[in-house]
Design a protein around this ligand. Structure first.
Ligand code: ADP
Ligand code: ZN
Length: 448
């Protein structure tokens, strides 16, 4: 069944631009990128890892004349950070470091990233840009539900909001019931966190008999994990706010790489600070515009830890069509998955976001789900567990059976796989204060 859930009309979305650099003419932007790329390569020479890598390919800063020359530079992968654990990729003396963050370690051993004071200023500005693009104004009060700690989300957004001049409630992660009180009592208009956490918040509201739509929230800025357009509809319906997407990763700075404007059709890449390539993850050749590929990011202004052609493993597409907001930067689509969270079921590549999309097409489901993969008889078997909305839960076997079949059909259509569907009671699946972990792949454990 197609989306029949009502779409709320969010607050009148305004077009605001924080920094004139966001609307720079393209030729000027390109010239700036080349200039900064050359400087970045020269700066990266201070890092033995890059010095050796450049020597191998015979590249020197002077050889960078056009943006095409970027393709002659070596890639950087997560493992390079691990091999130089903890801070082997510094390009400045240790004494110039102003802060250290760590990646959350979604995919293995954590890694650290470092910032100079100037890097922190740049970062705050980049976050301010996307926050303002998404409606943040100095008179707002912002509830930050990202964990404050090594993870870049909390502090990154914190200083971005501060730069804009809005009030901050640094709630951090956990104790959701208290967070609801804070939002209500301190009249927060803006929520910052992961998209999945906002739904959890709505859930806890309902358990306490509070209508989440009555909370004073008007805007939300979400990032840190993949979500779908259908999930946006769901969140906006549940919480009666306008939700914006922003993207970033600790290796290249943290949040602030890109974010949505009021058009909400793709995230503007902050191209004066980052060059983003979209490559076929196997051939490492650029994919045609509009097609999905792995994002590879070069940071153009980082001092402490230059990052050249970082393979993000995030899958998205690029779009250079002019945007009505007046920004001249290209946009990236939502992240549809990571090359490393993709799972293969009997040869079919599947991303969790596809399962989510299928689930949310069916009336009565919630975005609380879990995907379990087993291989009982040398054949992959997928079980999708999804919570049913309380009002749709029925004692009638036939009704529940029909619902299951509809969900299975949608999964087959969107993801191209057959899945066992289990409907579970509301509020029974695990909730996540940080990034959601939805896939339980038991295949390796069984065979290893
Ligand atoms: P990790 O999760 O790899 O330990 P980070 O905490 O730096 O490291 O998280 C960055 C990752 O989070 C990105 O590479 C991407 O996979 C994911 N991410 C961040 N923002 C978004 C977003 N808006 N949509 C989808 N995924 C996102
Ligand atoms: Zn725009």
């Amino acid at each position: 069944m197609a989306l029949s859930k009502s779409v709320v009309s969010p607050p009148q979305l305004e077009n605001r631009i924080w920094d004139p650099a966001e609307t720079m003419p393209r030729d000027q932007l390109r010239a700036l990128q080349i200039h900064r790329l050359r400087e970045t390569v020269a700066h990266a020479m201070r890092v033995p890892f890059y010095q050796q890598a450049f020597q191998k390919t015979g590249i020197t800063p002077g050889a960078i004349r056009t943006l095409e020359d970027l393709r002659r530079l070596p890639f950087t992968v997560k493992n390079d950070l691990r091999e130089h654990y903890p801070l082997g990729l510094l390009a400045v003396p240790r004494t110039q470091i102003a802060r250290i963050h760590g990646s959350t370690g979604t995919t293995g051993k954590p890694t650290f990233v470092a910032y100079t004071y100037k890097d922190l200023q740049t970062w705050a500005d980049l976050c301010a840009r996307f926050l303002v693009a998404g409606g943040l104004r100095p008179e707002h009060t912002v509830h930050i539900a990202f964990g404050y700690g090594l993870f870049t989300g909390g502090f990154g957004l914190h200083y971005g909001v501060e730069r804009v001049g809005a009030a901050i409630v640094p709630a951090s992660a956990g104790n959701t019931s208290r967070q609801i009180d804070l939002i209500r009592d301190l009249e927060a208009n803006v929520l910052v966190g992961t998209p999945s956490y906002s739904l959890y918040l709505a859930d806890v509201c309902q358990q306490r008999g509070i209508d989440p739509r009555e909370l004073p929230l008007e805007y939300a800025h979400f990032g840190g994990e993949p979500w779908t357009e259908d999930m946006r509809v769901e969140i906006e319906r549940e919480l009666n706010l306008a939700a914006f997407n922003n993207y970033g990763l600790s290796e290249v700075i943290g949040p602030g790489v890109s974010g949505e404007c009021f058009v909400r059709d793709g995230m503007h890449i902050q191209e004066d600070h980052f060059i983003v390539e979209c490559l076929d993850p196997d051939t490492l050749e650029p994919v045609p515009e509009g097609e999905r590929g792995e994002l590879v990011i070069t940071a153009l202004t980082k001092e402490a830890m230059p990052m050249i052609r970082y393979r993000t493993r995030d899958i998205a597409s690029l779009n250079s069509a002019p945007c009505p907001c007046g920004r001249t930067t290209i946009k990236m689509s939502r992240i549809t998955g990571r090359t490393d969270d993709m799972f293969i079921i009997r040869g079919v590549n599947v991303f969790p976001s596809q399962i989510e999309e299928a689930l949310l097409r069916v009336e009565g489901t919630t975005p609380h789900y879990q995907i379990e993969i087993n291989r009982p008889n040398a054949l992959d078997e997928v079980t999708v567990r999804v919570e049913i909305r309380p009002q749709d839960f029925s004692d009638m076997m036939a009704k529940m059976q029909a619902l299951k079949q509809r969900i299975a059909r949608e999964i087959q259509q969107v993801a191209g796989i057959r899945a066992n569907v289990e409907l579970v009671d509301p509020h029974t699946l695990e909730r996540f204060a940080g990034k959601a972990k939805r896939v339980l792949d038991n295949r390796e454990k069984a065979s290893g």
